[in-house]
Design a protein around this ligand. Structure first.
Ligand SMILES: Nc1nc2c(c(=O)[nH]1)N(C=O)[C@@H](CNc1ccc(C(=O)N[C@@H](CCC(=O)O)C(=O)O)cc1)CN2
Length: 434
């Protein structure tokens, strides 16, 4: 039992019960509902206190197992959204010894345990609740409808078949003779598949966390004016006095559905060799932690200067921007011409940023590989790598052992081999009532 809606005043508040006693317990609050209600029918019912006095008039819904979210009997009491009223209803439900408050994520965990969804879909439920950009919503929705589950299954099933073949040859060499013949190529194909899935995890991180993009470069290149333009409000102090931006400013935007944190760093007074102490440390720190650095150079910056600035970003990819293009046009290879003052070049800049971050296409409905999935997929691919070695150099036992390890690691993604501890860790992230 738990509230399925936020514990705040709202139009409607939903109390949800799941388990074999759900109907009986629910009917104690809503005695007007038939003993055998029509499943999924919305009954308008009076919710009453222990003395039979009405507390609310709401909707009563019954989902009969296994046709419910959890796969168990589920009852929903959809009341008016007063937190105090919901508390009274909750207290009344809890009087029944068969009822206890649900743990975080317990409804979804039960759905998983009853085989209603695999682990990737259960995690997509939490992702959807936490989604704070359109891309995150679309990606979680794709995961919820089985996008990733399908791809993982397409890997898990042939891997399981391969393992069964190898174990067959080991245990019943006569009957299963030859089943291990093409083990090498099968392992190689599966490993390539695991690595292809793994390659998507960078995009997953971008969509989930949002991308981080920093503007940097010398003082007075027009960074703050550009930052304000990109953010759409006068966030950064703009001044002709060099060095106005001392701190790193951060603002969130959503471009093409993708959430981005834009950072405006302090302009650096000197060439990067001899830099202003204040600001440079923060700028370097900021640059190390972003997905893309926008190097904004003023008109007339030399190629040598540009190269020196580029090096400041270290391993972070750099996109070169020619600021203040309203003052002077940059040369051919001087970077994207942009003017924060007139707004010129902003659209090409946004497009270039997105294409550097995302590659081809727009952040649409791709089912995302999370860091947890990536970790398990990496172990899958590694075990398959060792299996491939073994297929050429070692015994069938070793080969089958590695394939078994790959299968186990992959099972952590789908949930077919998830330990209680892993499930605890995953469902703890959920909110209560989900
Ligand atoms: N009021 C309410 N809204 C909600 C939920 C809920 O539990 N209650 N959900 C949950 O958090 C989500 C919807 N998810 C659901 C998923 C499956 C089933 C369900 O009854 N499935 C059955 C029947 C399928 C069918 O008729 O097509 C099944 O899968 O067998 C219900 C809700 C979002 N909105």
């Amino acid at each position: 039992m738990a509230l399925a809606t936020a514990p705040a005043a709202g139009a409607v508040g939903i109390l949800r019960l799941s388990g074999p006693a759900a109907l009986e317990v629910g009917r104690r609050l809503a005695p007007g509902v038939p003993v055998s209600p029509v499943p999924r029918h919305a009954y308008l019912a009076s919710f009453v206190d222990v003395a039979g006095r009405p507390l609310d008039e709401g909707l009563f819904l019954y989902f009969r197992a296994p046709h419910s979210f959890t796969g168990e009997d589920v009852v929903e009491l959809q009341a008016h959204g007063s937190p105090r009223l919901l508390q009274l209803l909750l207290a009344r439900v809890l009087e029944d010894a068969r009822v206890r408050p649900a743990h975080a994520g317990e409804f979804t965990r039960r759905a998983f345990l009853h085989g209603r969804m695999d682990l990737t879909r259960a995690e997509a439920v939490a992702d959807l609740v936490a989604a704070d950009s359109e891309a995150a919503v679309r990606a979680a929705a794709a995961g919820l409808s089985g996008g990733l589950a399908t791809r993982v299954r397409a890997l898990e099933e042939p891997l399981r078949a391969l393992h069964a073949d190898l174990e067959g040859v080991l245990n019943f060499p006569e009957e299963a003779e030859g089943a291990d013949e093409d083990a090498g190529p099968r392992v190689a194909a599966l490993r390539a598949e695991a690595e292809a899935l793994l390659a998507d995890s960078g995009r997953g991180r971008l969509v989930r966390r949002g991308a981080r993009v920093a503007l940097y470069g010398p003082v007075n290149a027009g960074k703050s004016t550009l930052f304000n333009r990109l953010v759409g409000e006068a966030r950064a102090l703009v001044d002709d006095e060099p060095g106005t931006t001392r701190d790193v400013l951060e603002a969130r935007v959503e471009w093409n559905g993708l959430a981005l944190s834009l950072l405006d760093t302090a302009g650096l007074r000197e060439t990067p060799g001899r830099v202003e102490a204040l600001g440079i440390a923060r700028t370097r720190e900021a640059l190390a932690a972003v997905d893309l650095a926008l190097l904004v150079l003023p008109p007339g910056a030399s190629p040598a200067e540009a190269e020196a600035w580029r090096r400041e970003a270290g391993a972070t990819p750099v996109l070169r921007v020619a600021g203040k293009c309203d003052v002077a046009r940059p040369p051919e290879d001087g970077g994207l011409p942009v003017s924060g003052k007139t707004g010129e070049g902003l659209e090409p800049l946004r497009a270039a940023v997105l294409s550097r971050l995302w590659g081809e296409g727009t952040p649409a409905a791709v089912a995302l590989v999370s860091e947890r999935h990536a970790d398990a997929l990496r172990r899958t691919a590694e075990a398959l790598g060792r299996a491939h070695e073994a297929s050429r150099l070692s015994t069938l036992e070793v080969l089958s052992g590695e394939v078994g390890l790959a299968l186990e690691a992959l099972g952590e993604v789908s949930g077919t081999s998830a330990s209680e501890a892993l499930l605890d860790a995953i469902f703890q992230r959920f909110c209560i009532g989900k």
